[in-house]
Ligand binder design. Structure first.
Ligand code: AMP
Length: 169
């Protein structure tokens, strides 16, 4: 059951794609998120082009982040994100393989949890500039639940292989 509105939480999610017109995929995902009855899409970051991490050679990714307000419990939010991935043709065959849409829960308020299905904060987010940079765009003073600052973590790993996608206005 969704929380009552008064228990809405702020959640940051990662949004990525490297197949079938990635920019269209991530934008479509945002539209679906915004239309969800228990999710308010508060803001989205600029989109970035990044090099693929994982096996073999893959096309570049488009990555960004979204700030949500949601009445959903963490696992319900994961259900909602996975349903949107599936609706965008996501196949879970190869771990870290190419994908039409990848939606990850990065942060939910100051929650820390580690269950077989869901780890929050996302366990690999601190190693990925294509996650940290869009988060910083959304909130320059954002911190992890343990107090580490996102801008400090990004300074450590650097912004190599990351290019903002300039869109016409
Ligand atoms: P991926 O292939 O990277 O999208 O990973 C999906 C798997 O990671 C799913 O089986 C999820 O249950 C699990 N998972 C664990 N923590 C998270 C998280 N914070 N966000 C999204 N998926 C997660």
């Amino acid at each position: 059951m969704a929380n009552p509105k008064s228990l809405n939480v702020r959640a940051y999610i990662g949004i990525g794609s490297n197949l079938e017109q990635p920019l269209a995929q991530v934008k479509s995902a945002c539209k679906v998120l915004a239309a969800h009855p228990h999710i308010t899409l508060v803001d989205t970051s600029p989109w970035y082009q990044s090099k693929a991490v994982g096996p073999g050679s893959q096309p570049d990714y488009v990555n960004g982040a979204g700030l949500l307000n949601t009445a959903l419990a963490p696992e319900e939010l994961l259900d909602a994100l996975q349903a949107i991935e599936l609706a965008h043709g996501r196949e879970r065959s190869v771990r870290w393989g190419a994908r039409t849409l990848d939606l990850d829960i990065l942060l939910i308020e100051t929650l820390t949890q580690q269950t077989p299905r869901l780890t929050v904060p996302h366990p690999r987010m601190t190693e990925r500039n294509f996650v940290l940079q869009p988060l910083l765009d959304l909130n320059p003073t954002l911190q992890l639940p343990d107090g580490r600052h996102i801008d400090h973590l990004l300074n450590i790993i650097g912004t190599q292989d990351l290019a903002v996608i300039k869109e016409g206005h």
